[in-house]
Write a protein that binds this ligand. Structure first.
Ligand SMILES: [Fe+2]
Length: 198
């Protein structure tokens, strides 16, 4: 298989004012496209050619840094566009909400811990909700890594690379994370990934 850039599941201005058209034009149309193109070039002739994206990400981790960085970021961004929607945030589907309360204490605590993971990720990376050993956990990873290469299944991730927030929030990463949680998250997609993960 080769990597392809998906269309955004909404228009470029659909997430404003929390994420602007300009941010999505750079982030999706340029940054994600570069991961796709670089990933395709680096995949050619490797042992992972023809495998699924998840197999490529897991297989190249620790073995082929260039391929891993681009394939990992392609995987992360494919989901990232779907982890957001216009008028996002709001109610969490019942079964997922119950599991969040069971494993992380409360919805408020989950949001606090998720935001804190993003704030404290030093440099570029991602913060996550993931399913690990049957439990929902909060994680953070550097650069193009994800829970996939740390024995867990990602169900929600927020991109804390500066290209995701600097146009709209400048250095205010905490404000970006708060807006992501309160106004952008597509909890239905998170619930869908959660039910596949368990
Ligand atoms: Fe990104």
């Amino acid at each position: 298989m080769s990597f392809t850039l998906p269309e955004l599941p909404y228009s470029h201005d659909a997430l404003a004012p929390y994420m602007s058209r300009e941010t999505l034009e750079y982030h999706h149309d340029k940054h994600h496209l570069a991961y796709v193109n670089n990933g395709n070039n680096l995949l050619k002739g490797t042992e992972w050619e023809g495998q699924s994206l998840e197999e490529i990400v897991k297989g190249s981790f620790g073995k082929n840094a260039g391929l891993f960085n681009n394939a990992g970021q392609h995987f992360n961004h494919l989901h990232f566009w779907n982890w957001m929607k216009p008028n996002g945030g709001g109610a969490i589907p019942g079964e997922l909400e119950k599991k969040i309360i069971e494993d992380l204490g409360s919805v408020e605590k989950m949001k606090e811990d998720f935001i804190q993971a993003g704030v404290t990720q030093f440099g570029s990376g991602w913060n996550w909700l993931a399913v690990k050993d049957g439990k929902i956990v909060v994680m953070k990873t550097a650069n193009g890594e994800s829970p996939l290469v740390h024995g867990a299944t990602p169900i929600l991730g927020c991109d804390v690379w500066e290209h995701s927030y600097y146009i709209d929030y400048r250095n205010r990463r905490p404000d970006y994370l708060k807006a992501f949680v309160e106004n952008l998250v597509n909890w239905d997609y998170v619930a869908e990934l959660y039910s596949k993960a368990i």
